[in-house]
Ligand binder design. Structure first.
Ligand SMILES: [Zn+2]
Length: 221
């Protein structure tokens, strides 16, 4: 069920008061239009009608796609310590409430970044798995090891059997693109599956570069 609350906010720049609808939960089957808005970066984003100031609302949101058996818990924060606490809260609450048992066969993801949320939705929409995607991103970044600290990779699209990634370089202030044949993705996913990685979750998971590093070091799930 999609759930929202109405809030009246004061613009931090010009002081103008305006009403905003804050989405706490989005269920795709209820609200396909809302998913479109989310992918366009319009959900839980404050836009001042007076001065056009834009900012992301600092509110958690749950994204639920029943058809794809995907649930993403989004808690916006840049603080790594807080992120870990929020993750543990979500995992615990879900276990204690018995919700976790009802989500058998689901992929459960916990993210703290709006772009990460959109990336995960895109990945699963394309029928791909983010565990393989994170490993491929590491492989791409490791091609220029000396620059891997200043770069991050983001899945862009899958078209004509080619996966396209954006490589964001914060020092050079550039965005590069990198292409990977779908066949290579299939090979990576296949070998992860053979090493014991499951295409569904037993608990809430943070599938990010740290996760991919652990996988490459031989830990499964
Ligand atoms: Zn304003």
């Amino acid at each position: 069920m999609s759930i929202n609350t109405k809030q009246t906010l004061k613009c931090p720049k010009c002081g103008q008061m305006s009403d905003i609808t804050v989405w706490n939960s989005i269920t795709v089957s209820d609200s396909p239009d809302l998913k479109d808005d989310l992918l366009k970066g319009r959900v839980n984003v404050f836009r001042c009608p007076s001065c056009n100031q834009v900012g992301l609302m600092s509110v958690p949101m749950l994204y639920h796609d029943e058809d794809k058996r995907l649930m993403i818990s989004f808690s916006p924060t840049n603080d790594v310590v807080l992120a870990e606490q929020l993750y543990e809260n979500v995992a615990e609450t879900s276990k204690e409430s018995g919700e976790l048992e009802k989500l058998e066969g689901y992929n459960l993801r916990f993210v703290t970044d709006y772009n990460e949320l959109l990336e995960k939705i895109l990945i699963f929409d394309m029928g791909l798995n983010d565990k393989a995607i994170e490993v491929i991103k590491l492989m791409i970044l490791s091609q220029e090891v000396e620059k891997s600290e200043q770069r991050s990779a983001r899945f862009g699209k899958l078209r004509d059997n080619v996966l396209e990634f954006m490589i964001i370089d914060t020092v050079e202030n550039q965005i590069y693109t990198s292409s990977v044949p779908k066949e290579s993705y299939d090979t990576v996913w296949q070998s992860l599956r053979e090493s014991g990685v499951k295409p569904y979750s037993f608990d809430w998971e943070r599938v990010n570069p740290a996760y991919a590093t652990k996988l490459l070091n031989g830990f499964n799930n």
